[in-house]
Design a protein around this ligand. Structure first.
Ligand code: URA
Length: 275
């Protein structure tokens, strides 16, 4: 079946569709040895040889992106020296070695992204790139508008002031309230510590959103593959973050992150192994 060249390239996980279009327009893509710059070009990926910068794209292992609803009382790592259950126990049938992108506390639940796309994971996790994460939390007592304002403006924790959060009231009962809180940092136990700081300890925490990804109606313990649209949105987000950081770094010279991600595209991570 013939499909657009940029879609074939994006499907391998090398880049978002938009980035693949840039590569095509820049003459970096060949089909059967000929440079193709026409964006509408359609190809049958099973019948042609496509190269980007001289490298055969089908020789790269496809990237895998999974979205798991981590249950409560499960480690968000792949193994636990203490023998507690881990997210790996829930990835039945997955033979590719994927890594969790970020952490959730043992007693938290919700959205966890797992992937073998090492560079993408690095970018999403890097504090410099500020990917928003939204949590649905149940807290002790009914929260006051004053406390919400404090959370929105930033609260003082022992490791410094938090960046402004977005806080939405969801519901309240006599003794508890539910809030949605969106933060762009990823400090340890950050939401719990922020809520403690304003006098409302967290009783339950579920991550419901990360960048463009939504937990939706996945039950705790269930996982699914990201759709093409979601994977593409994630790659676009990461590319935008890197581009923005590079642009601002050009204006104000600053040290680069330890493992910078090339704006030119996503190199295959050497860490991603098949088991
Ligand atoms: N903030 C927390 O306090 N815990 C989590 O698991 C995630 C964010």
């Amino acid at each position: 079946m013939e499909i657009r060249l940029q879609k074939v390239i994006a499907g391998t996980g090398l880049a978002s569709r938009r980035k693949a279009e840039e590569w095509i327009a820049a003459g970096r893509v060949t089909v059967n040895g000929k440079v193709v710059t026409e964006l509408g070009t359609k190809v049958d990926p099973d019948r042609v040889h496509i190269k980007v910068d001289g490298k055969h794209i089908s020789s790269t292992q496809p990237y895998v992106y999974l979205l798991l609803n981590k249950p409560k009382n499960v480690m968000s790592t792949l193994n636990d020296p203490g023998g507690r259950p881990t997210v790996k126990d829930f990835l039945r049938g997955i033979s590719v070695r994927v890594f969790p992108v970020g952490r959730l506390d043992f007693d938290s639940e919700g959205l966890m992204l797992l992937t073998n796309h090492g560079d993408l994971a690095q970018t999403l996790l890097h504090p410099r790139y500020h990917v928003p994460k939204t949590y649905l939390i149940k807290i002790k007592q009914v929260v006051t508008d004053d406390h919400i304002r404090q959370l929105e403006q930033g609260v003082q924790l022992e490791d410094g002031m938090t960046s402004p959060a977005i806080v939405k009231k969801v519901k309240k009962a006599k003794l508890n309230s539910w809030l949605e809180i969106t933060i762009r940092e990823g400090r340890q136990h950050q939401v719990k510590r922020m809520m403690e700081a304003v006098g409302h300890p967290v009783l339950k925490l579920t991550r419901i959103k990360m960048g463009p990804l939504l937990l939706g109606d996945l039950e705790p313990g269930e996982f699914r593959y990201l759709t093409d649209r979601e994977a593409n949105a994630l790659r676009e987000l990461a590319e935008q973050k890197v581009a923005l950081a590079e642009d601002s770094a050009q204006q104000v010279p600053r040290p680069r992150p330890k493992r910078p991600v090339s704006r030119a595209g996503w190199a295959r991570s050497k860490k991603a192994k098949v088991v």
